[in-house]
Ligand binder design. Structure first.
Ligand SMILES: Cc1ncc(COP(=O)(O)O)c(C=O)c1O
Length: 399
């Protein structure tokens, strides 16, 4: 009884989430026909979700078509399609397939990397603010976690990181960084490889690399045989956070340490969507340019109002909201705009994800109201409450 009520509320909110246009059509989960649903856009009334660094348009049309095409074959493991993904990645990245391991997102290989290369004797060295999933995994593994400030230009302070702990097992660099969107130059990455503690590995988390105009990926360093593990995901620019696909790129001896923890088949829908996305040459440049234009517009607007934003090359940035971030986040939600969280040690900074132009217009409207001390009366959507319950149940790290 209770769960059917929850389901009804969820479906109602799905309609709400789809906005005014969505209200006239079937709810998201009730679409039973062969029709392919478009990503729900936040209309004039729907909540604006700019809290989790997702791409607002969702999977590309080609990816959606590929999912629909392969789903009827989903009773099979289809390992040959999974091999096709590796071969496509190998061609595009210029590394051998033996240096690639696919996963359902990049959280898994990030956790396995932490388990494999940290211990009570081998520390994790990271920046702060940066993505904390690895901190938690290394902490569970009994490792010390050294959190070093970013430099003034928001890049990783690689000299300090290399000097932090002679027994470090991992130097973790998120490039571009979550939550700041800032980048760390290639010469700094090379510095780490030359100066990192003996026996340690450099982990390059490239979840947001596709947004970066002059992307300087570290994948070629794998091909060159360096002690580096590169992690990539389709959750961000490719709009597949809920579809789940990612991969690790590393020397086979390093990958073997990740494989120790789990080897699994992938959802073939995710693989097909990933392949279709990789084979669409216009997808990355188009989405990158669109994200850049929208990000520049909103950060320029904030700067003109006197708010300092991080220098971002990604689909998120930090802004100093000049009040406790928690108060700001809650006040924005009363206007139906769900912005991102704050980071330890940065109590007045909130992370904002770049949404659609319409979503960012709603963001600006709500921001100005919150700045003027005005609260709205937007009800917290039931789907958000249910999502929060799931996050609490699983202990999943928020993006
Ligand atoms: C820097 C970074 N790495 C990895 C992930 C994990 O993403 P996923 O498991 O969806 O690939 C995220 C998610 O937000 C992230 O921000």
């Amino acid at each position: 009884m209770k769960s059917s009520l929850s389901r009804r509320l969820f479906l109602r909110d799905s309609v709400l989430f789809a906005g005014a246009a969505g209200a006239a059509s079937l709810p998201l989960l009730a679409r039973a026909s062969g029709e392919v649903a478009a990503a729900p856009a936040a209309g004039a009334l729907g909540p604006v979700q700019i809290s989790a660094n997702e791409y607002p348009d969702g999977p590309s049309p080609a990816a959606l078509k590929a999912i629909a095409t392969i789903a009827p074959l989903g009773g099979r493991y289809l390992h040959e399609v999974q091999l096709e993904l590796l071969e496509e990645l190998s061609r595009q990245l210029g590394v051998e397939t033996k240096c690639l391991m696919p996963y359902a997102g990049s959280t898994e290989p990030l956790d396995y990397t932490m388990l494999a290369f940290t211990s009570p004797e081998r520390a994790l060295v990271t920046a702060n603010p940066s993505y904390e999933q690895g901190w938690r995994a290394a902490g569970r593994n009994g490792a010390k976690v050294h959190k070093l400030p970013l430099r003034k230009d928001w890049s990783h302070d690689v000299q300090a990181m290399c000097a932090a702990d002679a027994n470090a097992g991992i130097i973790y660099i998120c490039n571009p960084n979550n939550p700041t969107g800032s980048v760390t130059a290639r010469k700094d990455i090379e510095y780490v490889l030359e100066h990192k503690p003996k026996g340690s590995v450099l982990v390059l988390d490239e979840a947001y690399i596709d947004f970066y105009d002059s992307a300087e990926s570290g994948v070629d360093l794998v091909a060159a045989g360096k002690d580096v593990i590169v992690l990539r995901t389709f959750s961000k620019l490719y709009g597949m956070a809920g579809i789940r696909l990612g991969y690790a790129v590393a020397r086979p001896d390093l990958l073997a340490k990740l494989k120790f923890y789990s080897i699994n088949s992938l959802p073939v829908t995710a693989v097909a969507a990933g392949l279709a996305s990789l084979r669409d040459p216009s997808l990355v440049p188009t989405r990158r340019a669109s994200n850049r234009a929208i990000r520049t517009d909103v950060t320029t607007w904030l700067a003109a109002k006197g708010y300092v934003c991080s220098t971002s090359q990604s689909n998120c940035f930090m802004v100093d909201v000049k009040q406790p971030a928690e108060t700001f986040i809650e006040a924005m939600a009363t206007h139906g705009v769900m912005v991102g969280r704050s980071w330890e040690g940065f109590p007045t900074q909130s992370r904002i994800t770049v949404g659609t132009p319409a979503e960012m217009a709603r963001f600006k409207q709500a921001f100005a109201l919150v700045e003027a001390g005005k609260r709205g009366s937007y009800p917290i959507p039931e789907r958000r409450r249910l999502a929060d319950r799931y996050v609490r149940h699983t202990g999943i790290q928020l993006a």
